[in-house]
Design a protein around this ligand. Structure first.
Ligand SMILES: Cc1cc2nc3c(=O)[nH]c(=O)nc-3n(C[C@H](O)[C@H](O)[C@H](O)COP(=O)(O)OP(=O)(O)OC[C@H]3O[C@@H](n4cnc5c(N)ncnc54)[C@H](O)[C@@H]3O)c2cc1C
Length: 407
C-alpha cells in the first residue's frame, strides 16, 4: 500500500488544479486518471471555455497561466445580451470597472496541458494513469483507494474530481438531486462576415440561448442550446443550410456565416450532490455540481472549489490538525455549496424565463434587461459575478497583494 496525504480521483482541469495547489505546497498527492491522454498532451474538444478573471488568477497562482496565454486566445472586453422575442438589451464593458477584460475564451486542452506540465515538475505529485478507482473505503484514520490493477493507495483525504457521472461519488454513497433540461448544446467554430470585436454575444431564443464567443484567430465558438429533439437535425444539416439557419437564429448580428468547422453536441442536465463532504472525502467540480452552460460557469466554479478545498486542507495541516475529519472538511462545504447553489438557481431561473415564446414574459424580460442596463450599480454587480469576482474568494483567486515598498 502506498501512502499519500491526498488522493485525487480525476485528472481533468479541476482535479489537476487541486493537485497543483496541494502538491505545490509540499503535500504528497496522488492523481488517479482514467484516460491516458490526460497524462500527456490533452485531446482537443469541440468546445471553447469562457474563463473568468478569478480562474485566470488561480492559473497564475499555480504557475500555469504563461503556458496557457502563449497559445492563441481571446481576452473579451464586452458582452452583449439580447432577447429574440422582446426588445431588451444588456451591454457589459470592462472599461466601466477599470479592468483590461471581462474574461478569456480558451481551448480546454490548452488549459489541461498547461496544468499537466506543471504537475510533471512537482515531485510531490504522483500520477496513476491510465488507472481508475475500483473500490473506495473511508475509515476513522484514513481512506483506501483500490485501483483497477489491484494497487491500493491510502490517504488522509480522498477528493472526487471525476466529472458529472463521478463513479467515486457513487462508491462514497453520496446521492445527487437533478433534472434533465431536455435541451442540448450544439457546439462549433464558425467564421462570420463581420469581426467579433472581442465581444461575447448571447441571443436568447425561445428554444434556448445562442452564444457567439470570440476566438483569438477572428472566428467565433458557438454554443447553441436547443430542445434535444432539434439537435440531430442541426448536427446533420448540410453546411450551407446550417449557415443559413444559424445566421437567422443570431439575427445576422455579425453578418453572414461564411464557414464552419465540425459540429458536436452535449445533452444538458442539472445536478447537485446531496453533500460535498463525508469523513475523509470531498467532491469538487462537476462531481459536486453540473450547471447549465448558458453563462459558461461550470469549470470556473470547479476551480473555485479546487482552490477553496486546497486552502481548507492546507490550513488544517498548518495548524497541526487532521485535514480529513468531517469537522475540517465541513468548512469547505459551508464555503462553496451556497455559492454554487446560488449560481445554479440563477442559471435555471434565467433559462426558464428566456426559453419560451410567451409575449407577456417577453415584456417582463425586456423591462428586466433594460432596467439592469440603465442601472450602473446593478450592471457592475452582474459584471463582477460574471468575472467570478463576487462572493468569498479563496486566496488563490484573490488579487495578489503588492509587496511593501522598500523603506
Ligand atoms: C456545451 C458545454 C459548454 C461549456 N462551456 C463552458 C464554459 O464556457 N466555461 C466553463 O467554465 N464551463 C463550461 N462548461 C462546463 C465544463 O465542461 C465542466 O464544468 C468541466 O468539464 C468540469 O470539469 P471537471 O474537471 O470537474 O470534470 P471533467 O472535465 O468531466 O473531468 C473529469 C476527469 O475525471 C476522469 N475520470 C472519470 N472517471 C474516472 C475514474 N473512474 N477514475 C479516474 N478518472 C476518472 C475523466 O477522464 C476526466 O479526465 C461547458 C459544458 C458544456 C456541456
Amino acid at each position: 500500500m502506498e501512502h499519500f496525504d491526498v488522493v485525487i480521483i480525476g485528472g481533468g482541469i479541476v482535479g489537476s488544479s487541486a493537485a497543483c495547489a496541494l502538491g505545490g505546497a509540499g503535500l504528497r498527492v496522488a492523481v488517479v486518471e482514467a484516460h491516458a491522454a490526460q497524462a500527456g498532451e490533452a485531446t482537443p474538444d469541440a468546445r471553447m471555455y469562457a474563463v473568468t478573471r478569478a480562474s485566470e488568477r488561480i492559473f497564475r497562482a499555480l504557475g500555469a497561466w504563461d503556458a496557457i496565454a502563449a497559445h492563441d486566445h481571446c481576452a473579451f472586453t464586452d458582452m452583449e445580451v439580447w432577447d429574440a422575442v422582446g426588445h431588451g438589451t444588456l451591454h457589459f464593458d470592462c472599461g466601466e470597472l477599470g479592468e483590461p477584460c471581462l474574461g478569456y475564451i480558451l481551448e480546454p486542452h490548452v488549459i489541461a496541458s498547461a496544468l499537466q506540465e506543471r504537475l510533471l515538475t512537482q515531485s510531490a505529485v504522483h500520477l496513476f494513469c491510465p488507472a481508475s478507482c475500483a473500490a473506495l473505503l473511508t475509515g476513522a484514520s484514513h481512506a483506501e483507494v483500490r485501483l483497477d490493477d489491484g494497487r491500493v493507495l491510502a490517504a488522509r483525504v480522498v477528493v472526487a474530481a471525476d466529472g458529472a457521472r463521478s463513479p467515486a461519488r457513487s462508491l462514497l454513497g453520496i446521492g445527487v438531486s437533478g433534472r434533465d433540461y431536455r435541451q442540448g448544446s450544439l457546439v462549433a467554430t464558425v467564421r462570420t462576415a463581420l469581426p467579433h470585436r472581442n465581444t461575447a454575444w448571447q441571443r436568447f431564443l425561445p428554444g434556448g440561448p445562442l452564444a457567439f464567443l470570440p476566438v483569438g484567430d477572428g472566428r467565433c465558438s458557438i454554443v447553441w442550446t436547443m430542445p434535444v429533439t432539434d439537435i440531430d437535425h442541426m448536427l446533420t444539416l448540410a453546411q450551407e443550410e446550417f449557415h443559413t439557419e444559424l445566421g437567422a437564429a443570431f439575427g445576422h448580428r455579425l453578418g453572414e456565416i461564411v464557414d464552419s468547422g465540425p459540429r458536436a453536441a452535449w445533452p444538458l442536465r442539472r445536478q447537485h450532490a446531496e453533500r460535498y463532504v463525508i469523513e475523509r472525502a470531498a467532491l469538487i467540480g462537476d462531481a459536486a455540481h453540473a450547471i447549465h452552460p448558458l453563462a459558461g460557469q461550470g469549470v470556473n466554479l470547479g476551480l473555485l472549489d479546487a482552490a477553496a478545498l486546497s486552502e481548507v486542507i492546507l490550513d488544517a495541516v498548518h495548524r497541526g490538525r487532521d485535514p480529513g475529519t468531517l469537522r475540517s472538511l465541513r468548512r469547505f462545504e459551508r464555503w462553496r455549496r451556497g455559492d454554487n447553489q446560488l449560481m445554479m438557481s440563477t442559471m435555471d431561473g434565467i433559462n426558464r424565463l428566456f426559453s419560451n415564446a410567451s409575449p407577456l414574459l417577453g415584456q417582463v424580460r425586456s423591462r428586466g434587461l433594460d432596467a439592469v442596463n440603465r442601472t450602473g450599480m446593478l450592471r457592475q454587480l452582474f459584471m463582477r459575478h460574471a468575472m467570478g469576482l463576487g462572493g468569498d474568494l479563496p486566496v488563490l483567486a484573490r488579487e495578489p497583494e503588492l509587496p511593501e515598498p522598500a523603506a
